[in-house]
Design a protein around this ligand. Structure first.
Ligand code: NAD
Ligand code: MG
Length: 383
């Protein structure tokens, strides 16, 4: 029986994780559950799953919360959930750079971190990998592409790999022209064709910033240089990614798109457990197609990959600028093309720096947020 701490239990990945626990009550039990602000929703989950600890990171404890669960609030309490003594696995399903410190704390405490929060690795890849080495913790990806790559690699060493090919659905705007993109609304962008996800990652999928974040995530997770990581659009989201070996053999991992499977694999790895979910039928699936990523219509992809190649704190700046720009797009202050414009403007002003301490990363993050806010305040759409 493994104890699981779920950071972000009320979100989309959090719900997938609880569905996994429902099918394996004899293998996994929730020891800590956290929410950002939705205390009432967390209260219902605490009643059902009976964790030892429930944390509302940025809001009050719901009225009437009791039972055998200890209730706490605030960032320190979130770190307590990330390092809970009864947790064997910490599923980090927080959104944004807010996930970084819990990832570091869990790895330093020697936990397995099932990582959905890709932003942790993007902001501070070298620090995260060092925390795992020093604390004896282990990082297992939940992002479907990285779970696919882990499954294809099956222990193959990095020198036997020629390249990683991450697949991208292309998002809701795959067939939109640049003129149409200028009029895209948040409601249009939130209508993802193949995945049902939280709003931040759904907008990142529409701009393809998500694929850039994932290229950086893959670089740190698998130790593969950027020139050997590529992305390709695959609208059916059946092939979750591919690995080409040095001998030219290409391995792909496939399946019906559901995040429950990569969550299950991150919890059970390297073991496989039975699971009931919609099965993949190759005949019903029909043709699997591929297209290049269009960097002209989706400039956020190139900006993110360039920030990854630059290294140091540039990826943290890319991430923070993107978080602020996405929030303003959802709030109506920026048009869709304004997201990449804001991110590009902020990255263009960044003078660089090493990501050699948490303080340096947090300073770059804070600078990028302020700079992007200023861009948005002065923003006039170009058309
Ligand atoms: P979501 O918005 O649905 O859920 C986020 C969770 O984190 C919620 O429980 C929320 O209350 C909590 N939270 C948000 N901000 C917080 C803060 N500042 N402090 C503490 N708690 C906070 O997001 P999601 O779609 O589940 O995505 C979570 C992570 O997983 C993201 O990094 C995303 O990129 C990644 N991911 C998601 C999917 C998916 O299918 N949803 C797929 C791959 C990767
Ligand atoms: Mg993904």
């Amino acid at each position: 029986m493994k104890g699981v701490s779920i950071l972000g239990a009320t979100g989309s990945i959090g719900r997938s994780a609880l569905a996994v626990l429902d099918q394996h009550p004899d293998r996994f039990r929730a020891v800590a559950l956290t929410a950002g602000t939705r205390g009432e929703a967390l209260g219902r989950l605490a009643e059902r799953y009976g964790p030892a600890l429930a944390v509302v990171a940025e809001g009050p404890v719901p009225a009437g919360a009791c039972g055998g669960t200890e209730w706490r609030t605030g960032r320190e309490a979130l770190l307590a959930a990330a390092t809970h003594p009864d947790a064997d696995v910490v599923l980090n399903a927080l959104v944004g750079a807010a996930g970084l410190e819990p990832t570091l704390a869990a790895l330093r405490a020697g936990k397995r971190v099932a990582l959905a929060n890709k932003e942790s690795l993007v902001c501070a890849g070298p620090l995260v990998m060092e925390a795992a080495r020093e604390g004896g913790g282990e990082l297992v990806p939940v992002d479907s592409e990285h779970s696919a790559i882990l499954q294809c690699l099956a222990g193959t060493s990095a020198d036997a790999v020629r390249r990683l090919v991450l697949t991208a659905s292309g998002g809701p705007f795959r067939e939109w022209t640049a003129a149409m993109l200028a009029t895209a609304t948040p409601a249009d962008a939130l209508r993802h064709p193949t995945w049902d996800m939280g709003s931040k990652v759904t907008i990142d999928s529409a701009t393809l910033a998500n694929k850039a974040l994932e290229v950086i995530e893959a670089h740190f997770l698998f130790g593969i240089p950027y020139e050997r990581i590529e992305a390709v659009v695959h609208p059916q989201s059946i092939i979750h990614s591919m690995v080409e070996m040095v001998d030219g053999s290409v391995l792909a991992q496939m399946g019906f798109p559901t995040m429950e499977l990569p969550v299950l694999y991150a919890l059970s790895y390297p073991e496989r457990l039975p699971y009931e979910c919609r099965r993949f039928d190759p005949v019903a699936a029909g043709a699997l197609t591929f297209e290049p990523v269009d960097g002209e219509r989706f400039p956020a992809f190139g900006l993110g990959v360039a920030a990854g190649r630059e290294g140091g704190t540039a990826p943290a700046v890319f991430n923070a600028a993107n978080e602020v720009a996405v929030a303003h797009f959802l709030g109506g202050a920026l048009g869709f093309p304004g997201i990449a414009e804001a991110v590009g403007d902020t990255l263009g002003q960044w003078r660089g720096g090493a990501a050699d301490s948490l303080a340096a990363v947090l300073e770059a993050d804070a600078w990028a947020r302020r700079t992007t806010e200023t861009f948005v305040r002065n923003y006039l759409p170009c058309c």
